[in-house]
Design a protein around this ligand. Structure first.
Ligand code: SF4
Length: 57
């Protein structure tokens, strides 16, 4: 059995998010469906984050 972090079918859920200004954040729960992780200055961050006040969609 492959370790979870190497299994391409493994899905992890975001159970709690502190970025309450993100348009996908509802009561600390992520509603994006899926997110993209990016690395910024060597640390993982959410690349799907969208400021609800700056979003024009
Ligand atoms: S998209 Fe990213 S920043 Fe926004 S609520 Fe989901 S996990 Fe948090």
């Amino acid at each position: 059995m492959e370790p979870r972090n190497q299994d391409p079918n493994f899905i992890s859920l975001v159970s709690d998010c502190a970025a309450t200004q993100c348009k996908y954040n509802e009561s600390h729960q992520c509603t994006a469906g899926q997110i993209k992780l990016v690395f910024f200055e060597g640390k993982p961050e959410c690349g799907t984050y969208t400021d609800e006040e700056e979003d024009t969609n």
